[in-house]
Each structure stands twice: as C-alpha cells, then as structure tokens.
Design a protein. Structure first.
Length: 75
C-alpha cells in the first residue's frame, strides 16, 4: 500500500511542479502597449489562467493528502 501511495505522490509532485512552471506570471498582461490594452486573446488568457489556478490548487491538495497518507503509513 505504501508503494502505491509513494508512486502517486511522485506523480502529483511532478504535476504540481509542471503546473506552477507553466503558469503565466501576473505581470504578463502589462506589455509595452499599456495596462489598458486588451488584445484579441484576452478572454482566452483569462480562461487559461483560471484553469492553471484550479489545477495548482488541485495538485496542492493532492500533495498534502498523499504526504499525510505517507506519514500515517510510516507509523
């Protein structure tokens, strides 16, 4: 059982790292065009940012759950 949780923990860890690295920075919207400029893909960017935000929260929760499970299994 511990091996299964450990493998799941590694998968979640790698997923969390990738999702955090793929997130656009908060200041990416401020380009040389000015803060008020909204491009054609502004709606798509906001949807992508929301998706990455939800994925980050999901992976973080899964990371904490698998960490706690591993701690209890080691007892």
């Amino acid at each position: 059982m511990e091996t299964v949780v450990r493998i799941l923990h590694w998968i979640v860890t790698i997923g969390l790292i990738l999702v955090v690295l793929l997130q656009p920075s908060r200041s990416a919207g401020l380009s040389f065009m000015g803060a008020g400029f909204e491009g054609m893909s502004s709606r798509r960017k906001k949807g992508l940012e929301a998706m990455f935000s939800k994925l980050t929260v999901g992976f973080a929760v899964a990371f904490m759950v698998t960490s706690l499970a591993l701690a209890f299994l080691r007892r």
